[in-house]
Design a binder for this molecule. Sequence first.
Ligand SMILES: Nc1ncnc2c1ncn2[C@@H]1O[C@H](COP(=O)(O)OP(=O)(O)OP(=O)(O)O)[C@@H](O)[C@H]1O
Length: 395
Amino acid sequence: MSGVNTVIVHYHELALKGRNRDSFEQQLVGNIRLALKGLGIKQIDNLRSRIRVVLPPQADTAAVTDRLKRVCGIANFSLAHAVPLDLSHPGLDQLSAAVVEELRATSCSTFRVTARRADKRFPFNSMDVERAVGAAVCVGTGKRVSLKDPDLTVYVELLTKEAYFSVEKIPGPGGMPVGVSGTVACLISGGIDSPVAAYRMIKRGCRAAFVHFSGRPLVSRASEDKVRELVQTLTAYLYGARLYVIPFGEIQREIVLNTPAPFRVVLYRRMMVRIAEELARREGCWGLVTGDSLGQVASQTPENLSVVEEAAELPILRPLIGMDKVEIVDEARRLGTYETSIEPDQDCCKLFTPAHPSTKTRFDELRKAERALDITALVKQGLDKAERSEFTFPI
Ligand SMILES: Nc1ncnc2c1ncn2[C@@H]1O[C@H](COP(=O)(O)OP(=O)(O)OP(=O)(O)O)[C@@H](O)[C@H]1O
């Protein structure tokens, strides 16, 4: 689309009241600024109910679009043409002429105009604008109006001194701007589910710190490399993130040597949760996030989820608990994490996996088994070996 010089961003306003609304908007404007870093954009304005991004001449609109599609809190946005608005002249000639010129260059045969006013004090209402611009397009291009099923919709926004029009609304992720819901610690495994779980929380406005347990030194760094790639992908939604990698192989060996085989999987998980919780507190997180989905594997039965839960004081958030695998896979594909997640690795959870893991672990049995372990020393061992790295966006 030629002549595009502005992006108009919309967010869902329902349930936004008072101070919530101010902080939501401020955060969203700040996040848009971070997301568009390096693209030469200087002016981003918070207007009533929408945000305006002024594009410099020769802006890379494909890159702007690609980045804005990942800004949580955006319901939709459009690449628009700005036209000066003269309120003393109700004919809207300048706007109509610009729309006619734009539509002449398109092959559509039917169209409709959908207008919105930011300011109800205008001397005309939305329908007047739709009629005036629509009539000009019919005369100027020979195209026909179809209100029900148009080939193309022209969206017009009227602000106080300018009108904006565009021919496409591009969906954003929806949700809330990252930063309005505190920080959570996401346990990320390198599999399909945990990056999707992290994203679900990011989309509800959380910043994220990531924690990965690798089977090192008993296995290679393959899972760590995958996790780094996954965190980098998610950083496009977060703008900055921190990852802790904990070599977990020795701790697993302790568990294997000292406890009954059927409890291993749950005991690994309880140790992970304890170590992650310490890191979460350091990072100021209010919850732990896992990719558990009910009944998917042995560690995700109601009984086993409950005994893992008990090892943590912070809430364990499981945003995928009620999702089917196909739904999770679809979301991973949309997110761009799926291809990385399916690369082969040696996940630490597959180390010494028992042939018959307990699926209905009882608290009393488990506590008895754990008495054979020096939990405090093992948590310390994990924390002492944790390796921290930082991720930024754009890279
Ligand atoms: N090595 C690990 N490091 C960090 N978190 C882990 C690790 N293994 C498991 N988890 C956490 O526990 C959750 C459940 O893991 P599990 O292996 O039982 O199921 P999964 O369906 O294979 O999950 P995923 O697809 O995320 O690997 C994961 O989603 C993740 O949040």
